[in-house]
Unconditional design. Structure first.
Length: 468
């Protein structure tokens, strides 16, 4: 699967449709990706996937960022085979093994020394959401407090506590009894600043407001057990926080003795141009959440935290599947390869190439309001130019156009996902091994898809359709 040329694809194909019909019949109504990405994958390699009808696609979803080296990378397959051939126990609960010890050593060595030297690690259930749940318990136990701080636009998982900390309302409104005492704060969303300011004034106002309520004895918020923060909001629409704002938040939380939890479940292992996104600002968190890429494509989730917080009792956070030995072996291989091949630096170079192409396309259309994101974590926010612009000149969000562009990309062999408010942001999460030539081809397909989507929606009253 090394050669690729853009092609028109009929979706879903005849064979794929048989699988999709059975999936629809048997699987839960809560299934998500097949609704907008209606394919049945037969094989995958690197950035490519092939469906059961023989159609070939660029995969710029990559397991929602899990597949940092793409599908079936040779070093990952080799690591898994070596672990299998060694007669390693596949299931160990939280008992240690040489592979587990090696994984911890490699992971700690990859962290800033001032964090690693006082760090402890908790292996969680095999999802990022369980790492969030563990972090909530950790900081509440250590501080004896009950309230938590999160941010508008945040995403931290779909379990009870994690969903309580998540900004998106769609999955919350139908669920009664979520975790109480969660307070949401303004995130510095440059394109749609919550204070209608933008730029330095916007993020300074955000940090000033946050400090004000945390020092106000009548703010209504009892002293928090912790604050959870994404350096780049992923599912929230690829919204990067300014480094200065991140440093201010770290100062405020330090001075107010509030443990800062940094959620790097999607940004970790080089995607943003640093191995960890918090390194851009130079801060040191109290708690770090990692999953997705750290397992080398297999389920793995950990919490790394300052030893001063290690006050919970044995068994305070447990789980049967904390000892995924194959994931640890694959994770070691991915981390070493990422460092040896300087994939974080490559993410900067190729991310710049991607955003440059996208901004060129943006200059030729009126529906692309914003192109943003660090490294190979890029978002394109779609807008309706027929709607009324706000005071800063931003047009309303355009989820219909986003869905149409996604569908047109699929027809041309490009898998992308949506995110952000009203699912109006198209997200690019290609594997870090993507080449310059592949970036060029991906953007060629995207440009054609944008033109096709605009043509198809041209006859509609978009203001009426989008409620703008």
């Amino acid at each position: 699967m090394n050669n690729f040329s853009p092609q028109e694809i009929t979706l879903p194909g005849k064979v794929s449709n048989q699988y999709l019909e059975r999936q629809q019949t048997r699987e839960s109504n809560a299934r998500t990706y097949p609704r907008r990405i209606p394919i049945t994958i037969r094989e995958a390699n690197g950035i490519y996937v092939k469906d059961v009808d023989g159609n070939l696609y660029f995969d710029c979803l990559a397991g929602a960022g899990t597949l940092s080296l793409g599908h079936n990378h040779p070093i990952v397959i080799e690591a898994i085979r070596a672990a299998l051939d060694s007669n390693l126990p596949l299931h160990t609960l939280d008992l240690t093994t040489p592979i587990k010890d090696e994984f911890v050593e490699e992971l700690f060595a990859s962290l800033p020394p001032e964090f690693a030297r006082n760090a402890r690690i908790q292996f969680c259930g095999p999802t990022g959401a369980d790492a969030t749940e563990a972090a909530i318990k950790l900081v509440k136990t250590a501080t004896g407090r009950r309230s938590m701080l999160s941010f508008h636009g945040s995403y931290h998982g779909m379990t009870n506590g994690a969903l309580s900390l998540t900004g998106n309302l769609d999955a919350k409104v139908a669920v009664a009894g979520l975790m109480p005492d969660v307070h949401f704060l303004p995130y510095p969303y440059e394109y749609r600043c919550p204070f209608n300011l933008g730029g330095e004034m916007g993020h300074r106002t955000s940090s000033y407001y946050i400090e004000s309520i945390l020092t106000d004895p009548e703010s209504g918020i009892v002293p928090p057990a912790g604050m959870i923060l994404e350096i780049v909001q992923g599912e929230g629409g690829v919204i990067p926080a300014p480094d200065e704002w991140v440093r201010e938040i770290r100062r405020i939380t330090y001075e107010q003795n509030i443990p800062l939890i940094v959620d790097e479940i999607q940004t970790g292992f080089g995607r943003t141009g640093k191995l960890y996104a918090f390194e851009h600002s130079g801060i040191i968190p109290d708690v770090l959440l990692l999953s997705k890429a750290i397992g080398g494509s297999l389920p793995l989730s950990v919490v790394v935290y300052d030893q001063k917080l290690d006050q919970w009792k044995p068994g305070a956070h447990a789980g049967t599947f904390r000892g995924n030995q194959l994931a640890m072996a694959a994770g070691i291989a991915v981390l070493r390869y990422t460092l040896e091949h300087r994939l974080a630096d490559r993410a900067v170079e190729l991310g710049d190439r991607l955003t440059s192409h996208l901004r060129q396309i943006q200059s030729q259309t009126s529906c692309m309001g914003d192109v943003r994101g660090p490294g190979l974590m890029v978002g394109v926010e779609l807008v309706n130019p027929q709607g009324k612009a706000n005071a800063r000149g931003c047009y309303p969000r355009h989820p219909l156009m986003a869905r149409q562009i996604q569908a047109e990309c699929m027809r041309r062999g490009l898998i992308l996902e949506l995110g952000g408010r009203d699912s109006s942001v198209i997200r690019f999460l290609p594997p870090l091994i993507v080449t310059a030539e592949q970036i060029d081809s991906i953007c060629e397909i995207f440009q054609a898809a944008v033109k096709a989507a605009e043509a198809k929606l041209a006859g509609l009253d978009l203001g009426e359709v989008c409620g703008c």
